[in-house]
Design a binder for this molecule. Sequence first.
Ligand SMILES: [Zn+2]
Length: 455
Amino acid sequence: MNKVDLLVKNGKVYTPAGFQDLDVAVSGEKIAFLAMPGTIENGKTTIDASGKYVLPGLIDVHTHVRDPGFTHKEDYETASRGAAASGVTMICGQPNLDPVPNTVENYRKQIEIAESKSLVDFSPPASPLLYEEGWVPKLAAEGAPWFKIFQRVAAYPYSTAAGTANTVHILEAFKEIAKTGKYCSVHPFDHFFHEDGKEKVLKLGKEYAPLLYREEEFGAAYELYYLAKRAGVKWYALHCNNPDYIDLVRWAKSEHKIDVIASWEVHWMNIFLRSKVYDVKRGDWWEPPYRALAPGLIETLLAAINDGTIDMLGTDHAPHLREELDVEDPLKAHGGGGMPVLEWWGHLWLNEVNKGSITLEKLVEVISVNAAKIFGFYPRKGAILPGSDADLIICDLEREWTITSEKVYSKTQFNPHHGVKIKGKVTHTILRGAVIMEEGDVTGKPGYGKFVPVY
Ligand SMILES: [Zn+2]
């Protein structure tokens, strides 16, 4: 028999039937077959994964790539380098860009940029806000996996106005998207809570900004649920990060009146909570305004993952420069202080497995498999099966190490996890048969990443 191109041998491999001792044979960009350990000869390249786990490549459903439009914060090359560093083989860039991907021309512009710069595969959601001009079916036909909207508030520094919508337009956009059969996600906001919050922050100081209104988020979420039901659209409940919102989603799933899925964007500020970030550029520690945790929130969130209420994890990798965050005017301070997290995300979650927060099986579901199934990437992505893309990560659950700032890929040059000791490391990232990261060295090339459309 001819040698296979790549053999990953002796690992514990994730399969739909659980972890099994298997060798994974790769031919070109695809998984050729799985075999009992030691039953086939070495490939042209062989990686010995003895004592390690082999998982499908991670999928980040919530990456703020900032490209095009805000490339001083991040771009497809820097974001995808960080992705490769932590085992993420596909990113879904969020649409608060300039131009907003709300027409075929604008959507293609982003795809072309990503094709020239990205080290990992990508599939960005589109914006449906020119629904009245007939763009929704055309964007669906381009292969956009889902649609995303920001609910409009008076001033929201994360977004360009073109990506936001009032309630009436959200309902109309939902009706158009319903015809495509795709999901729509909406960042839940409320104009009046937002306005009132602005006043309070001016009095109390900007560090209070993110603490103000839990009511805002879940009030908006209830409204979105109702609108989705009216329109018959498949609702993607994103930022499902507080107990009331989780209860709503749990109830909506049990009600079976609409198709609803949910994601938790695990920010550096919550499960990986730290109050300070290391600024690599300036070589100092800096305390940005941050979001305090309600007592018991992490336990509530983990329970919602474990009972299937929350289907997916996203990074909410949200890079902003220090100059953009460290200003007194709360309207210009980019909310609670978005941070880079992508380049540590996979490793940090392995540490959570070691801490007992989540089983490895469940982690693989919510960080890869479920997103692939929900949006239609499966079994090309999110699976280690013959014929699937050979997107594999090799994980050493026993490795104890300290996160340093020798290599920080984000343009922000912040490291919220500098000096943190963790157990568990993604040692290899393999994308379509090519090793793009090994032991922290990102060797992938810009332009290797491909668009993964969903039709
Ligand atoms: Zn976000």
